[in-house]
Design a binder for this molecule. Structure first.
Ligand SMILES: [Zn+2]
Ligand SMILES: [Zn+2]
Length: 245
């Protein structure tokens, strides 16, 4: 399944020049930074305005919002549509909220799993052509577990874009839309430098899609260092399972 030898002929040398880890401004609202220029919102001053459509990203100025729109248009539309699908489905919305908490508290481990699974320290372009699939199960005692410990990982593998499309196609149009959304966001990030976004497909019991999520990747150099320090190698899913709370 792994295609870590894939190369991306469209990748630019700019990726190599990037030293610092980029910030993923798709999380601009949580990080309190402008989605376009990454300016930090200081306390005590007028709060940045959120995108009126999706309310997921914030801008320091009208100028930044206008400049960002051609890039934000696609992801914005998907975000609005995903929200619409959750209307009148409190159970699903609740399940996704639980999952998002789990994901955000374990993001460093998931990122490391992604780096090792795709061997990004040696094949940095693999992030553009591949994603990883992780199957999760709610622990039997999940109700009494803290957010970060609600799920167990029981399976995982790498997928090419085409394989992911096949798999998500079976989930209906929304799955494909999420995949496309993640691809666009990742491309946006690569233009800003760095390796783009890790794209993770998380499913519960391998049948029902829980979420399709992205994690900002470190620079090429930092990916190499992370793998040098601790390489989970082929055994990444087992190592992830052991490392998770
Ligand atoms: Zn700005
Ligand atoms: Zn928006």
């Amino acid at each position: 399944m792994s295609t870590s030898t894939d190369t991306n002929p469209t990748s630019t040398p700019k990726e190599d020049e990037q030293q610092k880890d980029p910030k993923w401004k798709g999380q601009s609202r949580t990080l309190k930074i402008c989605h376009w220029c990454a300016k930090k919102q200081e306390p005590g001053v007028k709060p940045f305005q959120a995108c009126a459509k999706c309310k997921e990203v914030i801008y320091c100025s009208k100028e930044c919002q206008v400049a960002s729109w051609p890039h934000h248009k696609g992801p914005c539309k998907s975000a609005v549509e995903s929200k619409k699908q959750l209307e009148g489905k409190p159970e699903l919305a609740q399940q996704i909220a639980v999952f998002k908490k789990w994901h955000s508290t374990n993001v460093d481990l998931l990122r490391h799993a992604f780096i090792c699974a795709l061997d990004l320290g040696h094949n940095p372009t693999a992030a553009t052509t591949n994603l990883i699939f992780i199957a999760l199960t709610l622990k039997p005692d999940h109700a009494t577990q803290p957010a970060r410990a609600k799920y167990t990982v029981h399976n995982g593998f790498t997928l090419t874009d085409a394989e992911a499309r096949d798999m998500l196609g079976a989930q209906g149009p929304q799955g494909l839309q999420m995949l496309e959304n993640a691809r666009q966001n990742s491309e946006f990030m690569r233009k800003k430098g760095g390796l783009g976004l890790a794209r993770l497909l998380l499913m519960e019991n391998e049948k029902k899609m829980v979420d399709f999520t992205t994690i900002v990747l470190p620079s090429k150099e930092n990916a190499r260092l992370a793998q040098e320090k601790e390489d989970w190698g082929e055994d990444w899913i087992e190592q992830l399972r052991l490392a998770l709370p």
